[in-house]
Every structure is written in structure tokens, then in C-alpha cells.
Design a binder for this molecule. Structure first.
Ligand SMILES: [Zn+2]
Ligand SMILES: [Zn+2]
Length: 318
């Protein structure tokens, strides 16, 4: 079974984290790809060499396990009654990964466990088996509502550069998908200190976690086709990995922020690291000040008792 039939079949499984039905879902749909479980139960499959991690999660926020009837109205799938949600979050993401595997799209596929209970599966990987991610340049989750997001920030922290998001938007060729700085938690946030570009892409569900959750089937198919067609060498890798949530284990950012490239850089010049003379290295938009001595505006300024001066003037003054 493939395509829309497969998606609808997958959505009929109610999959609370660790439930029997989640287990059946994994055995029926995911294990047959050859994906193998890690120590936590995340299912992982390597296809080819390309250094991209494709991410989805197998659990849902269903209150109970078991199967459910899925109703299709035109291009929309919903649950008619008797269930607290559809589970397109993130059944649709799992389906996109399966269709990509079938088409031979290269990358490291991770079907995460226990995302809804706090990204526990991805945190296990980041903490216990980070070597799995060695060399990975981008982690792309398919776990976002609506039609508009290529997430650049999760819970307010930058996890992907605008240049990367724009290059992904262009490579996919779906004009509604644009950089979105309003993302919330998903598994790829756990990798923000290990992988340069960590994003989450809209898969066309709305009302996740609720009774009226629905999936736009046509959008899911359009996105699947776009990902399978996409030229992965077009993605711009611009961000340096650092931990937006602060110290966790070792240092919180890699020594020298580097700008690396994977294929052609279609994005704008990032220039997003900036040096603040007082507080060190920052990421994101610098706060700009005018130097009281030379009148230059820069993000590299020092607060002195006589006013605020730029990095060049402070050398002469101090
Ligand atoms: Zn989700
Ligand atoms: Zn969710």
C-alpha cells in the first residue's frame, strides 16, 4: 500500500507514547523499511550518504490506544467521533518519511518516540548517541501545522538560518512555505547544539491535539512530491550549531563559528554572528548603537562611563 491509502490507514492508529497500538503501527509500517530501534526505541534508517536527518514522531496525543475510523471529505481527513484527535500530528510526518524512503531519497531517517511527552526520544539521541549525528548538516522535521512554515526559531531560539529556510522553500517550490520564526518545540530543537540547521516544516494539518484536527490530503501529497523531487544540493547550510537552551554537558557553542556550505548557497549572506565587546559572541540580530566618538553604528560597542563607544574607538580610549 502506498500514497493516500497508506496515509489513511496510518491515521487509523491511535498511538499514545508507548502504547500497544504505537507498537503495532511501528511493526506494520516502519520496521518493514529496515529501520532499526535504538536503545530508546527510536527507529532509524540510513539511506545513501546525504548528510540530512529526516524527522517525524510515532506517538500521538490520543487519550487511548486502539484503532479509529477516519473520515474523508473532499481533500480533508478527520475523525468523525469517539476520538480526541486525528493524529496527523505526526502520522502525516511518518507517512512522508515512508514515501521518501520508498522513492530512495537519501538521508538519515529517524522516527522519534515520545515527542509529545517532552521530546524524550530525540533527547535520548542527543544525550546518549550523539555520534549518530556526526556530519549531519540539517535536521528537517515534518511536524508542523498549516501550510506556511519552514521554522527558523523554536520557542524563540534560532535553530535554522533564514538562508537555509529560503533555500529549502525554493528547492521545494511550494510558495506558501516560508521562513517562520514562531515555531514551538519539536524533536529537531534537541539537536540545535549538534546540527547546523534544525527546522520543522508544515505538513498541512490544523487543530492538532484537538477533536477537530484535520489533514489536508492534497497538501500532504504536494509536499511529498516536492521533497522527492527536490535537489538536496540546493540547500544552504549557514548556521553554526549551538545550544539555544544554554549549557548542557559540555560547552554551549562550538569554538569558532563557521559558515559551511552544502551545495549552492541560494540564501542571503547570513552575517548573523556578531561580537558584543561586553558580553562576547551572540547569534541573531545585533543591538545596534551609535558610537559617541566616531558616530559609526555597530553591534560591537562598549558602555563606558562617558557614553557608548565602538570597538575601534575603545582601543584608543582605554
Ligand atoms: Zn508533533
Ligand atoms: Zn503534537
Amino acid at each position: 500500500m502506498t500514497g493516500r491509502d497508506l496515509l489513511l490507514d496510518m491515521l487509523s492508529y491511535r498511538r499514545p507514547a508507548g502504547s500497544q497500538t504505537e507498537r503495532q503501527f511501528i511493526e506494520r509500517f516502519i520496521a518493514p523499511t529496515g529501520a532499526k530501534p535504538d536503545g530508546y526505541g527510536n527507529y532509524i534508517l540510513r539511506v545513501g550518504e546525504w548528510p540530512i536527518l529526516w524527522s517525524a514522531h510515532t506517538d500521538t496525543v490520543h487519550e487511548q490506544g486502539g484503532r479509529q475510523r477516519v473520515q474523508v471529505c473532499g481533500q480533508t481527513a478527520m475523525v468523525p467521533d469517539g476520538s480526541n484527535c486525528l493524529g496527523a500530528d505526526d502520522g502525516t510526518g511518518c507517512w512522508i518519511l515512508l514515501e521518501m524512503i520508498r522513492a530512495g531519497v537519501e538521508g538519515l531517517y529517524v522516527f522519534h518516540r515520545a515527542e509529545e511527552t517532552g521530546c524524550n526520544g530525540s533527547r535520548y539521541i542527543a544525550t546518549h548517541t550523539p555520534e549518530l549525528l556526526d556530519g549531519i548538516q540539517a535536521a528537517i522535521a515534518f511536524d508542523r501545522r498549516g501550510y506556511n512554515s519552514i521554522v527558523t526559531h523554536q520557542v524563540g531560539f534560532r535553530t535554522a538560518s533564514d538562508g537555509f529556510a529560503l533555500s529549502l522553500s525554493e528547492a521545494l517550490g511550494i510558495s506558501s512555505l516560508q521562513p517562520d520564526d514562531g515555531g514551538i518545540f519539536t524533536d529537531t530543537l534537541e539537536y540545535a547544539h549538534l546540527i547546523p540547521e534544525c527546522t520543522n516544516v508544515s505538513v498541512g494539518y490544523t487543530g492538532a491535539h484537538g477533536r477537530w484536527e484535520s489533514q489536508d490530503l492534497a497538501f500532504a501529497e504536494e509536499l511529498r512530491d516536492a521533497v522527492i523531487r527536490m535537489d538536496l544540493t540546493d540547500l544552504a547550510i549557514l548556521r553554526s550549531p549551538f545550544d539555544p537552551l544554554g549549557p548542557r554537558g559540555g560547552g554551549w557553542w562550538d569554538e569558532d563559528p563557521e559558515v559551511s556550505e552544502l551545495g549552492t548557497d541560494l540564501g542571503p549572506d547570513p552575517e548573523e554572528w556578531w561580537w558584543d565587546g561586553e558580553d562576547g559572541l551572540h547569534y541573531g540580530e545585533p543591538e545596534l548603537y551609535r558610537c559617541d566618538y566616531c558616530d559609526d553604528v555597530s553591534g560591537d560597542t562598549y558602555e563606558l562611563s562617558g557614553g557608548r563607544v565602538c570597538g575601534r574607538c575603545v582601543e584608543e580610549l582605554v
